[in-house]
Design a protein around this ligand. Structure first.
Ligand code: NAD
Ligand code: UGA
Length: 412
Protein backbone atom coordinates (compact mmCIF):
# COMPACT_ATOMS: atom_id res chain seq x y z
CA UNK A 1 0.00 0.00 0.00
CA UNK A 2 1.03 3.65 -0.38
CA UNK A 3 1.45 5.23 3.03
CA UNK A 4 2.43 8.69 4.27
CA UNK A 5 3.32 9.73 7.83
CA UNK A 6 3.35 13.30 9.16
CA UNK A 7 5.93 13.76 11.93
CA UNK A 8 9.12 11.70 12.11
CA UNK A 9 9.55 11.44 15.89
CA UNK A 10 9.66 8.23 17.91
CA UNK A 11 6.22 7.18 16.69
CA UNK A 12 6.21 8.44 13.10
CA UNK A 13 9.66 7.22 12.13
CA UNK A 14 9.26 3.79 13.76
CA UNK A 15 5.84 3.28 12.12
CA UNK A 16 7.06 4.54 8.75
CA UNK A 17 10.15 2.36 8.72
CA UNK A 18 8.10 -0.54 10.14
CA UNK A 19 5.44 -0.47 7.40
CA UNK A 20 8.19 -0.06 4.78
CA UNK A 21 9.95 -3.14 6.14
CA UNK A 22 6.68 -5.05 5.57
CA UNK A 23 6.87 -4.05 1.89
CA UNK A 24 4.62 -0.96 1.77
CA UNK A 25 5.73 2.28 0.04
CA UNK A 26 6.21 4.90 2.73
CA UNK A 27 6.83 8.65 2.62
CA UNK A 28 7.55 10.39 5.93
CA UNK A 29 7.03 14.14 6.23
CA UNK A 30 8.63 16.50 8.72
CA UNK A 31 8.97 20.28 8.93
CA UNK A 32 12.58 19.98 10.09
CA UNK A 33 14.85 19.89 7.04
CA UNK A 34 17.85 18.70 9.04
CA UNK A 35 15.92 15.72 10.40
CA UNK A 36 14.67 14.77 6.93
CA UNK A 37 18.22 14.96 5.51
CA UNK A 38 19.56 12.75 8.30
CA UNK A 39 16.85 10.14 7.81
CA UNK A 40 17.46 10.02 4.04
CA UNK A 41 21.19 9.60 4.74
CA UNK A 42 20.40 6.55 6.89
CA UNK A 43 21.20 8.28 10.19
CA UNK A 44 18.36 7.90 12.72
CA UNK A 45 17.83 11.18 14.60
CA UNK A 46 16.91 9.17 17.74
CA UNK A 47 18.57 6.33 19.66
CA UNK A 48 16.41 3.21 19.21
CA UNK A 49 17.59 -0.40 19.19
CA UNK A 50 17.45 -1.93 15.69
CA UNK A 51 16.50 1.34 13.97
CA UNK A 52 19.81 1.99 12.13
CA UNK A 53 19.67 -1.44 10.50
CA UNK A 54 15.99 -1.25 9.59
CA UNK A 55 16.30 2.29 8.20
CA UNK A 56 19.27 1.28 6.06
CA UNK A 57 17.40 -1.78 4.78
CA UNK A 58 14.31 0.18 3.61
CA UNK A 59 16.40 2.99 2.10
CA UNK A 60 18.40 0.43 0.13
CA UNK A 61 15.22 -1.31 -0.99
CA UNK A 62 13.97 2.07 -2.24
CA UNK A 63 10.43 1.96 -0.79
CA UNK A 64 10.99 4.55 1.95
CA UNK A 65 11.91 8.21 1.94
CA UNK A 66 11.54 11.34 4.06
CA UNK A 67 10.57 14.75 2.74
CA UNK A 68 9.50 18.23 3.82
CA UNK A 69 6.98 18.32 0.96
CA UNK A 70 3.57 17.28 2.28
CA UNK A 71 1.87 17.77 -1.11
CA UNK A 72 4.17 15.17 -2.67
CA UNK A 73 3.51 12.81 0.25
CA UNK A 74 -0.29 13.09 0.04
CA UNK A 75 -0.36 12.89 -3.78
CA UNK A 76 1.62 9.66 -3.62
CA UNK A 77 -0.25 7.88 -0.84
CA UNK A 78 -3.73 6.53 -0.06
CA UNK A 79 -3.49 6.59 3.72
CA UNK A 80 -1.77 9.12 5.98
CA UNK A 81 -0.86 8.91 9.66
CA UNK A 82 -0.66 12.06 11.76
CA UNK A 83 2.02 11.48 14.40
CA UNK A 84 3.14 14.95 15.43
CA UNK A 85 3.84 15.82 19.07
CA UNK A 86 1.08 16.69 21.56
CA UNK A 87 3.02 18.30 24.44
CA UNK A 88 1.64 19.90 27.60
CA UNK A 89 0.69 23.57 27.62
CA UNK A 90 1.81 25.72 30.58
CA UNK A 91 -1.32 24.77 32.59
CA UNK A 92 -0.72 21.02 32.09
CA UNK A 93 -3.49 20.50 29.55
CA UNK A 94 -2.72 19.29 26.04
CA UNK A 95 -1.28 21.75 23.51
CA UNK A 96 -2.80 20.94 20.12
CA UNK A 97 -0.82 23.44 18.02
CA UNK A 98 1.06 20.77 16.03
CA UNK A 99 -2.15 18.80 15.43
CA UNK A 100 -3.90 22.01 14.31
CA UNK A 101 -1.10 22.82 11.84
CA UNK A 102 -0.62 19.27 10.55
CA UNK A 103 -4.36 18.83 9.89
CA UNK A 104 -4.51 22.18 8.05
CA UNK A 105 -1.43 21.22 5.96
CA UNK A 106 -2.95 17.83 5.24
CA UNK A 107 -6.28 19.39 4.21
CA UNK A 108 -4.54 21.80 1.85
CA UNK A 109 -2.53 18.98 0.27
CA UNK A 110 -5.73 16.92 -0.11
CA UNK A 111 -7.55 19.62 -2.07
CA UNK A 112 -6.55 18.35 -5.52
CA UNK A 113 -6.71 14.65 -4.76
CA UNK A 114 -9.55 12.91 -6.58
CA UNK A 115 -9.53 9.47 -4.99
CA UNK A 116 -10.87 8.46 -1.56
CA UNK A 117 -8.21 9.00 1.10
CA UNK A 118 -7.81 7.72 4.68
CA UNK A 119 -6.56 9.92 7.53
CA UNK A 120 -5.34 8.21 10.68
CA UNK A 121 -4.63 10.12 13.88
CA UNK A 122 -1.82 8.28 15.68
CA UNK A 123 -0.76 11.05 18.06
CA UNK A 124 -2.13 10.83 21.59
CA UNK A 125 -5.02 13.31 21.57
CA UNK A 126 -7.60 14.17 24.19
CA UNK A 127 -11.08 12.68 23.58
CA UNK A 128 -12.96 14.74 21.02
CA UNK A 129 -9.87 16.04 19.16
CA UNK A 130 -10.13 13.85 16.05
CA UNK A 131 -13.71 14.95 15.51
CA UNK A 132 -13.47 18.53 16.78
CA UNK A 133 -10.03 19.58 15.50
CA UNK A 134 -8.69 17.21 12.84
CA UNK A 135 -11.88 16.61 10.84
CA UNK A 136 -12.87 20.26 11.15
CA UNK A 137 -9.49 21.54 9.90
CA UNK A 138 -9.16 19.02 7.07
CA UNK A 139 -12.68 19.76 5.82
CA UNK A 140 -12.10 23.53 5.96
CA UNK A 141 -8.73 23.39 4.16
CA UNK A 142 -9.67 20.78 1.54
CA UNK A 143 -13.28 21.66 0.81
CA UNK A 144 -13.99 17.91 1.10
CA UNK A 145 -16.36 15.99 3.36
CA UNK A 146 -15.33 13.43 6.00
CA UNK A 147 -17.05 10.07 5.49
CA UNK A 148 -17.66 10.87 1.84
CA UNK A 149 -14.37 12.04 0.27
CA UNK A 150 -12.08 10.80 2.98
CA UNK A 151 -12.22 8.38 5.88
CA UNK A 152 -10.98 9.09 9.41
CA UNK A 153 -9.50 6.74 12.03
CA UNK A 154 -7.93 7.22 15.45
CA UNK A 155 -5.27 4.55 15.95
CA UNK A 156 -3.45 5.02 19.27
CA UNK A 157 0.16 3.91 19.54
CA UNK A 158 1.36 1.83 22.50
CA UNK A 159 5.07 1.45 21.74
CA UNK A 160 7.72 2.08 24.40
CA UNK A 161 10.86 4.06 23.70
CA UNK A 162 13.92 1.83 23.67
CA UNK A 163 11.74 -1.14 22.63
CA UNK A 164 9.91 0.67 19.87
CA UNK A 165 10.79 -1.69 17.00
CA UNK A 166 10.04 -4.77 19.06
CA UNK A 167 6.69 -3.24 20.09
CA UNK A 168 5.83 -2.20 16.52
CA UNK A 169 6.47 -5.76 15.33
CA UNK A 170 4.58 -7.43 18.21
CA UNK A 171 1.64 -5.30 19.38
CA UNK A 172 -0.65 -6.67 22.12
CA UNK A 173 -3.64 -5.18 20.30
CA UNK A 174 -4.51 -2.74 17.56
CA UNK A 175 -7.19 -0.21 18.46
CA UNK A 176 -8.99 1.41 15.55
CA UNK A 177 -11.39 4.21 16.33
CA UNK A 178 -13.33 4.99 13.16
CA UNK A 179 -15.75 7.57 11.84
CA UNK A 180 -17.69 4.92 9.89
CA UNK A 181 -17.14 1.39 8.57
CA UNK A 182 -15.53 2.48 5.31
CA UNK A 183 -13.00 4.63 7.18
CA UNK A 184 -11.21 1.63 8.69
CA UNK A 185 -10.98 -0.55 5.56
CA UNK A 186 -7.57 0.72 4.40
CA UNK A 187 -6.08 0.69 7.91
CA UNK A 188 -7.23 -2.90 8.50
CA UNK A 189 -5.75 -3.93 5.14
CA UNK A 190 -2.46 -2.21 6.02
CA UNK A 191 -2.31 -4.08 9.32
CA UNK A 192 -2.99 -7.53 7.80
CA UNK A 193 0.51 -8.75 8.69
CA UNK A 194 -0.21 -8.51 12.44
CA UNK A 195 -1.85 -11.42 14.23
CA UNK A 196 -2.97 -9.64 17.43
CA UNK A 197 -6.60 -8.75 18.23
CA UNK A 198 -8.05 -5.68 16.50
CA UNK A 199 -10.61 -3.63 18.41
CA UNK A 200 -12.83 -1.26 16.42
CA UNK A 201 -14.50 1.54 18.32
CA UNK A 202 -15.94 5.03 17.89
CA UNK A 203 -13.26 7.74 17.52
CA UNK A 204 -13.45 9.14 21.07
CA UNK A 205 -13.34 5.65 22.64
CA UNK A 206 -9.99 5.00 20.91
CA UNK A 207 -8.70 8.36 22.16
CA UNK A 208 -9.85 7.42 25.66
CA UNK A 209 -8.26 3.93 25.54
CA UNK A 210 -4.85 5.50 25.02
CA UNK A 211 -5.17 7.89 27.99
CA UNK A 212 -6.61 5.27 30.30
CA UNK A 213 -3.80 2.82 29.44
CA UNK A 214 -1.03 5.32 30.19
CA UNK A 215 -2.72 6.66 33.31
CA UNK A 216 -3.21 3.12 34.65
CA UNK A 217 0.46 2.21 34.11
CA UNK A 218 1.52 5.44 35.86
CA UNK A 219 -0.86 4.67 38.75
CA UNK A 220 0.64 1.16 39.01
CA UNK A 221 4.16 2.58 39.37
CA UNK A 222 3.11 5.24 41.90
CA UNK A 223 1.33 2.56 43.92
CA UNK A 224 4.55 0.48 43.85
CA UNK A 225 6.47 3.52 45.11
CA UNK A 226 4.06 4.17 47.98
CA UNK A 227 4.28 0.52 48.97
CA UNK A 228 8.07 0.59 48.65
CA UNK A 229 8.39 3.55 51.02
CA UNK A 230 6.33 1.62 53.57
CA UNK A 231 8.39 -1.56 52.93
CA UNK A 232 11.66 0.23 53.68
CA UNK A 233 10.30 1.29 57.08
CA UNK A 234 9.55 -2.33 58.06
CA UNK A 235 12.66 -3.81 56.41
CA UNK A 236 10.84 -5.69 53.62
CA UNK A 237 12.14 -5.79 50.03
CA UNK A 238 9.49 -4.19 47.77
CA UNK A 239 10.78 -6.15 44.76
CA UNK A 240 10.11 -9.39 46.59
CA UNK A 241 6.72 -8.11 47.75
CA UNK A 242 5.66 -7.30 44.18
CA UNK A 243 7.06 -10.58 42.90
CA UNK A 244 4.51 -12.24 45.15
CA UNK A 245 1.76 -9.78 44.30
CA UNK A 246 2.34 -10.07 40.54
CA UNK A 247 1.95 -13.85 40.61
CA UNK A 248 -1.80 -13.24 40.76
CA UNK A 249 -2.92 -13.41 37.12
CA UNK A 250 -5.48 -10.70 37.76
CA UNK A 251 -2.70 -8.31 38.79
CA UNK A 252 0.34 -9.25 36.59
CA UNK A 253 3.95 -8.39 37.56
CA UNK A 254 4.71 -5.63 35.03
CA UNK A 255 5.28 -1.98 35.99
CA UNK A 256 5.80 -2.52 39.71
CA UNK A 257 9.49 -1.51 39.71
CA UNK A 258 9.85 1.02 42.49
CA UNK A 259 12.48 3.77 42.47
CA UNK A 260 12.71 7.27 41.15
CA UNK A 261 9.38 7.02 39.35
CA UNK A 262 8.11 7.85 35.92
CA UNK A 263 9.22 10.50 33.46
CA UNK A 264 9.50 10.77 29.71
CA UNK A 265 7.53 12.43 26.98
CA UNK A 266 4.31 10.54 27.70
CA UNK A 267 3.27 9.54 31.24
CA UNK A 268 3.74 13.04 32.72
CA UNK A 269 1.88 14.88 29.96
CA UNK A 270 -0.80 12.23 29.50
CA UNK A 271 -1.65 11.90 33.21
CA UNK A 272 -1.85 15.71 33.49
CA UNK A 273 -4.16 15.98 30.49
CA UNK A 274 -6.26 12.99 31.65
CA UNK A 275 -6.82 14.72 34.99
CA UNK A 276 -7.42 18.12 33.37
CA UNK A 277 -9.87 16.69 30.80
CA UNK A 278 -11.79 14.77 33.46
CA UNK A 279 -12.14 17.96 35.52
CA UNK A 280 -13.24 19.96 32.47
CA UNK A 281 -16.06 17.43 32.11
CA UNK A 282 -16.98 17.63 35.80
CA UNK A 283 -15.53 14.21 36.73
CA UNK A 284 -13.13 13.67 39.65
CA UNK A 285 -9.84 11.88 38.81
CA UNK A 286 -8.64 11.48 42.45
CA UNK A 287 -6.50 8.38 41.84
CA UNK A 288 -4.58 9.83 38.90
CA UNK A 289 -4.09 13.14 40.76
CA UNK A 290 -2.62 11.20 43.70
CA UNK A 291 -0.33 9.20 41.39
CA UNK A 292 1.02 12.46 39.96
CA UNK A 293 1.66 13.85 43.47
CA UNK A 294 3.40 10.66 44.63
CA UNK A 295 5.66 10.78 41.58
CA UNK A 296 6.50 14.45 41.97
CA UNK A 297 8.12 14.09 45.40
CA UNK A 298 10.47 11.20 44.49
CA UNK A 299 13.43 13.33 43.26
CA UNK A 300 13.50 15.15 46.62
CA UNK A 301 13.54 11.79 48.44
CA UNK A 302 16.79 10.66 46.81
CA UNK A 303 18.36 14.09 47.41
CA UNK A 304 17.34 13.85 51.11
CA UNK A 305 19.12 10.48 51.32
CA UNK A 306 22.30 12.12 50.00
CA UNK A 307 22.32 14.41 53.06
CA UNK A 308 24.23 17.70 53.09
CA UNK A 309 25.71 18.03 49.59
CA UNK A 310 26.67 21.69 49.77
CA UNK A 311 30.16 22.14 48.29
CA UNK A 312 30.47 18.35 47.77
CA UNK A 313 31.25 16.66 44.48
CA UNK A 314 28.33 14.39 43.51
CA UNK A 315 28.61 11.87 40.68
CA UNK A 316 25.27 11.55 38.84
CA UNK A 317 24.95 8.41 36.75
CA UNK A 318 22.03 8.47 34.32
CA UNK A 319 20.10 11.35 32.77
CA UNK A 320 17.69 9.65 30.32
CA UNK A 321 14.16 9.07 31.69
CA UNK A 322 14.83 5.32 31.44
CA UNK A 323 17.45 3.00 29.98
CA UNK A 324 17.50 2.27 26.25
CA UNK A 325 16.67 5.79 25.11
CA UNK A 326 18.39 9.16 24.65
CA UNK A 327 15.18 10.97 25.68
CA UNK A 328 15.53 13.36 28.63
CA UNK A 329 12.06 14.94 28.35
CA UNK A 330 10.58 15.21 31.88
CA UNK A 331 13.29 12.89 33.18
CA UNK A 332 13.25 12.52 36.98
CA UNK A 333 17.07 12.73 36.79
CA UNK A 334 16.80 16.29 35.50
CA UNK A 335 14.66 17.19 38.55
CA UNK A 336 17.27 15.63 40.85
CA UNK A 337 19.98 17.74 39.19
CA UNK A 338 17.94 20.92 39.75
CA UNK A 339 17.62 20.09 43.45
CA UNK A 340 21.32 19.24 43.78
CA UNK A 341 22.20 22.56 42.16
CA UNK A 342 19.92 24.42 44.57
CA UNK A 343 21.72 22.73 47.45
CA UNK A 344 25.12 23.84 46.15
CA UNK A 345 26.48 20.45 45.04
CA UNK A 346 29.20 20.20 42.39
CA UNK A 347 27.75 17.81 39.83
CA UNK A 348 29.75 15.43 37.62
CA UNK A 349 27.17 13.76 35.36
CA UNK A 350 27.40 10.90 32.90
CA UNK A 351 24.94 9.07 30.65
CA UNK A 352 25.89 6.76 27.77
CA UNK A 353 23.18 8.00 25.36
CA UNK A 354 21.15 10.89 26.77
CA UNK A 355 20.68 13.96 24.63
CA UNK A 356 21.68 17.37 25.92
CA UNK A 357 20.34 18.68 29.22
CA UNK A 358 20.20 22.48 29.16
CA UNK A 359 22.89 24.09 31.28
CA UNK A 360 24.57 20.82 32.25
CA UNK A 361 28.14 19.90 31.37
CA UNK A 362 28.74 16.19 30.97
CA UNK A 363 31.59 13.78 31.57
CA UNK A 364 32.69 11.45 28.76
CA UNK A 365 32.83 8.32 30.90
CA UNK A 366 31.44 6.89 34.12
CA UNK A 367 35.00 6.82 35.53
CA UNK A 368 35.43 10.55 34.90
CA UNK A 369 32.11 11.31 36.62
CA UNK A 370 33.28 9.32 39.66
CA UNK A 371 36.72 10.98 39.87
CA UNK A 372 37.03 12.88 43.15
CA UNK A 373 33.32 12.43 43.99
CA UNK A 374 32.19 11.91 47.61
CA UNK A 375 28.86 10.36 46.74
CA UNK A 376 27.29 8.74 43.69
CA UNK A 377 23.60 8.86 42.71
CA UNK A 378 22.28 6.32 40.19
CA UNK A 379 19.26 7.72 38.38
CA UNK A 380 18.78 5.59 35.23
CA UNK A 381 18.93 1.79 35.04
CA UNK A 382 21.61 1.46 32.32
CA UNK A 383 23.18 -2.03 32.55
CA UNK A 384 26.69 -0.53 32.74
CA UNK A 385 25.76 0.84 36.19
CA UNK A 386 25.43 -2.67 37.62
CA UNK A 387 29.06 -2.49 38.70
CA UNK A 388 30.34 0.92 39.67
CA UNK A 389 34.08 1.26 40.38
CA UNK A 390 33.64 3.58 43.38
CA UNK A 391 34.58 3.34 47.04
CA UNK A 392 32.43 6.26 48.25
CA UNK A 393 28.74 5.96 49.07
CA UNK A 394 26.38 4.86 46.30
CA UNK A 395 22.67 5.78 46.43
CA UNK A 396 20.68 3.74 43.94
CA UNK A 397 17.43 5.20 42.62
CA UNK A 398 16.70 2.31 40.23
CA UNK A 399 17.67 -0.94 41.99
CA UNK A 400 20.34 -1.65 39.37
CA UNK A 401 23.65 -1.60 41.28
CA UNK A 402 25.09 -5.00 42.19
CA UNK A 403 28.14 -4.00 44.30
CA UNK A 404 26.39 -3.11 47.56
CA UNK A 405 29.11 -2.51 50.14
CA UNK A 406 28.79 1.22 50.81
CA UNK A 407 25.27 1.36 49.40
CA UNK A 408 21.77 2.61 50.07
CA UNK A 409 18.72 1.92 47.92
CA UNK A 410 16.01 4.54 47.61
CA UNK A 411 13.38 2.14 49.00
CA UNK A 412 15.14 -1.20 49.49
P1 NAD B 1 8.29 13.86 18.63
O1 NAD B 1 8.20 15.19 19.25
O2 NAD B 1 9.50 13.00 18.84
O3 NAD B 1 8.13 14.01 17.05
C1 NAD B 1 7.15 14.78 16.42
C2 NAD B 1 7.66 15.23 15.06
O4 NAD B 1 6.62 15.91 14.38
C3 NAD B 1 8.84 16.21 15.12
O5 NAD B 1 9.91 15.71 14.34
C4 NAD B 1 8.26 17.51 14.52
O6 NAD B 1 9.21 18.26 13.82
C5 NAD B 1 7.20 16.97 13.61
N1 NAD B 1 6.14 17.93 13.25
C6 NAD B 1 5.50 18.82 14.04
N2 NAD B 1 4.60 19.51 13.34
C7 NAD B 1 4.64 19.05 12.06
C8 NAD B 1 3.93 19.36 10.86
N3 NAD B 1 2.98 20.29 10.82
N4 NAD B 1 4.27 18.67 9.75
C9 NAD B 1 5.23 17.75 9.76
N5 NAD B 1 5.93 17.40 10.87
C10 NAD B 1 5.64 18.05 12.00
O7 NAD B 1 6.97 13.09 19.06
P2 NAD B 1 6.75 11.53 19.41
O8 NAD B 1 7.46 11.18 20.66
O9 NAD B 1 6.97 10.71 18.18
O10 NAD B 1 5.19 11.55 19.75
C11 NAD B 1 4.23 11.79 18.77
C12 NAD B 1 2.86 11.49 19.34
O11 NAD B 1 2.76 10.10 19.64
C13 NAD B 1 2.53 12.22 20.64
O12 NAD B 1 1.16 12.51 20.67
C14 NAD B 1 2.85 11.20 21.71
O13 NAD B 1 2.10 11.38 22.88
C15 NAD B 1 2.44 9.91 21.02
N6 NAD B 1 3.16 8.72 21.49
C16 NAD B 1 4.50 8.77 21.71
C17 NAD B 1 5.17 7.61 22.11
C18 NAD B 1 6.66 7.62 22.42
O14 NAD B 1 7.15 6.62 22.90
N7 NAD B 1 7.39 8.70 22.19
C19 NAD B 1 4.47 6.41 22.23
C20 NAD B 1 3.10 6.40 21.96
C21 NAD B 1 2.45 7.57 21.58
C1 UGA C 1 5.02 4.52 27.85
C2 UGA C 1 4.11 3.29 27.72
O1 UGA C 1 4.74 2.17 28.34
C3 UGA C 1 3.83 2.97 26.26
O2 UGA C 1 2.91 1.88 26.17
C4 UGA C 1 3.24 4.20 25.60
O3 UGA C 1 3.02 3.98 24.22
C5 UGA C 1 4.15 5.38 25.77
O4 UGA C 1 4.40 5.61 27.19
C6 UGA C 1 3.56 6.62 25.22
O5 UGA C 1 2.36 6.81 25.25
O6 UGA C 1 4.35 7.40 24.74
P1 UGA C 1 7.63 5.01 27.58
O7 UGA C 1 7.29 6.37 28.09
O8 UGA C 1 8.48 4.86 26.40
O9 UGA C 1 6.27 4.21 27.25
O10 UGA C 1 8.35 4.23 28.74
P2 UGA C 1 7.96 3.17 29.89
O11 UGA C 1 8.76 1.97 29.70
O12 UGA C 1 6.50 3.01 30.02
O13 UGA C 1 8.50 3.94 31.17
C7 UGA C 1 7.94 5.18 31.57
C8 UGA C 1 8.57 5.63 32.87
O14 UGA C 1 8.15 4.79 33.95
C9 UGA C 1 10.09 5.58 32.90
O15 UGA C 1 10.60 6.73 33.54
C10 UGA C 1 10.42 4.34 33.69
O16 UGA C 1 11.66 4.44 34.37
C11 UGA C 1 9.26 4.32 34.68
N1 UGA C 1 8.94 2.96 35.18
C12 UGA C 1 8.49 2.01 34.34
C13 UGA C 1 9.09 2.71 36.54
O17 UGA C 1 9.49 3.60 37.33
N2 UGA C 1 8.75 1.47 37.01
C14 UGA C 1 8.28 0.48 36.19
O18 UGA C 1 7.99 -0.62 36.70
C15 UGA C 1 8.16 0.75 34.83
Amino acid sequence: MKVSVIGTGYVGLISGVGYASQGHDVICVDVLEEKVAKINAGEPPIHEAGLPERLRQVLDKGNFKATTDITDAIENSDICFISVGTPSAADGSIDLKYIEQASKDLGTALKNKDSYFTIVVKSTVTPGTTEGTVIKNVEAASGKKAGQDFGVCMNPEFLREGKAIEDFDNPDRIVIGRLDEKSSEALKALNKAFTCPVLETPLSTAEMIKYVSNAFLAVKISYANEVAEFCKKIGADPYEVFKGVGMDKRINPAFFNSGLGWGGSCFPKDTKEFAAAAKREGANPRIVDAAIETNKILPSKIVELAGDVSGKTVAVLGLAFKAGTDDVRESQAVEVIKLLNEKGAKIQAYDPEASEVEGLEREETMEKALEGAEICLVLTEWPEFENIPFSGKIIDGRNIVENRENYEGLFW
